[in-house]
Design a protein around this ligand. Structure first.
Ligand SMILES: Nc1nc2c(ncn2[C@@H]2O[C@H](COP(=O)(O)OP(=O)(O)OP(=O)(O)O)[C@@H](O)[C@H]2O)c(=O)[nH]1
Length: 384
């Protein structure tokens, strides 16, 4: 079915103006994310470029309807790529790459703009190269959710392939005076182009919101210093583990690990050294637990561990190993090696009715006993 070319142009312009407006609205509420401003401008520029290109048959000014239009068409994916770089780096990014590619592309267009199909072939090849590059670039944005990264990869790849197909078709019709004389299948390419632009533009805000959501969860659930769970997340996850244990009538153990005389590390080596020590202790703890166990930093130099489905012997063995491993680890801090010990208080419970608050209180009491009886040891209480 042949399409009416002016209708396609008008649809493309309106769609891009709408998408550009949407991006600017998002930028208005998320001023720190400059990428939305860049993507918005990219949509507007594409709308203007399509408008100029659409005037080819009505307005005999090739420098405007071909040269300027094609430069703007190349600028569109370049700005899209620039926005992705701003998004990835989360800081101002230099426009050097955009300026460089644009000037190298504008030079051949100065020679080609009197031959519309030749100019458009060149423009399509440059755009294809930028889209293909963007498809590889998006895979390097590791902080983006995997599914979204792959969706954008395929969209950019498809856009690059479409642009190559467009240039192939243009090469076969180099004798044509304008795109109006091209076969109807050319219009299908334009429709594909519109569909891909819309899908890509719709994914960008989702990408940014998914990232903010991820960051928010990190801030609320994880400790910045050690990247372990924080006390809030520990209570939440251990509560779930305990509920599961209740259903399966399995025994449960909570350990509270407190570093000994930690204030002296800060006093002798400084707070930064103390921080590094905490990070390394966190690694030691996490390296000794099973996949289903929950470990967290619940206070300054205090950690907690919830062990699901362990009998008393296993709980003792784990407590002993943790104490021994922390005590034996040599911490390399600011060129110096130092040692640190930990005291562990724990509660092993066989009751399916135990409450987390009670278990933590009992573990704290056991910790107090471990500290007052000399430190660098574990005390494990039992709740029937
Ligand atoms: N570097 C660093 N120090 C911290 C952090 N949070 C708490 N601390 C320090 O941890 C120390 C805890 O001191 P205390 O509660 O007296 O305990 P302690 O010196 O380990 O002695 P005992 O627990 O009785 O063996 C204090 O000096 C805090 O400043 C942190 O995030 N980084």
């Amino acid at each position: 079915m042949p399409f009416h070319l002016p209708t396609l142009f008008i649809t493309a312009i309106s769609l891009n103006l709408m998408l550009g407006g949407l991006m600017l609205v998002i930028y208005e509420v998320r001023k720190t994310q400059k990428c939305f401003f860049t993507w918005g401008i990219s949509c507007f520029i594409f709308g203007i470029a399509v408008g100029l290109a659409g005037m080819q048959t009505y307005f005999d000014q090739a420098w405007l309807t071909i040269f300027v239009a094609d430069v703007l068409i190349i600028l569109t994916p370049l700005l899209l790529l620039h926005g992705l770089r701003q998004f990835q780096m989360q800081r101002p990014v230099s426009f050097k790459l955009v300026a460089l590619v644009l000037s190298y592309s504008a030079l051949p267009l100065v020679l080609l703009y009197t031959a519309p199909i030749h100019a458009q072939t060149f423009t399509s090849v440059v755009c294809a190269a930028i889209y293909l590059y963007a498809s590889i670039y998006i895979l390097s944005i590791k902080q983006a959710p995997t599914l979204m990264r792959w969706m954008l990869f395929f969209l950019f790849l498809a856009h690059g392939a479409l642009m190559l197909a467009q240039s192939g078709m243009l090469v076969q019709n180099l004798a044509a005076k304008s795109v109006v004389m091209l076969p109807p299948s050319f219009e299908w390419l334009l429709i594909g182009h519109l569909a891909l632009t819309t899908a890509t533009a719709a994914l960008f805000p989702l990408l940014a919101f998914a990232m903010s959501e991820k960051r928010l969860l990190e801030v609320t659930n994880f400790d910045d210093l050690t990247h372990m769970l924080n006390d809030r997340a520990f209570l939440e996850r251990t509560g779930l583990l305990l509920a599961k244990n209740r259903i399966q009538r399995r025994s449960f153990c909570v350990l509270v690990i407190d570093l000994d005389h930690f204030s002296s590390i800060n006093q002798h080596y400084g707070d930064a050294a103390g921080d590094e020590c905490l990070r390394q202790v966190a690694d030691v703890i996490q390296g000794h637990l099973r996949e289903n166990d929950v470990a967290a930093r619940i206070g300054g130099e205090e950690f907690a561990v919830a062990l699901a489905d362990v009998d008393r012997n296993q709980a003792e063995l784990i407590s002993y190993r943790l104490c021994e491993r922390i005590g034996k680890t040599t911490f390399n801090i600011a060129g110096e090696t130092l040692k640190i010990t930990a005291s562990i208080g724990g509660i092993h419970s066989r009751s399916s009715r135990c409450e987390l608050g009670d278990l933590l209180r009992a573990a704290d009491e056991a910790l107090y006993t471990a500290k007052s009886s000399g430190r660098n040891r574990f005390v494990l209480a039992t709740q029937a």
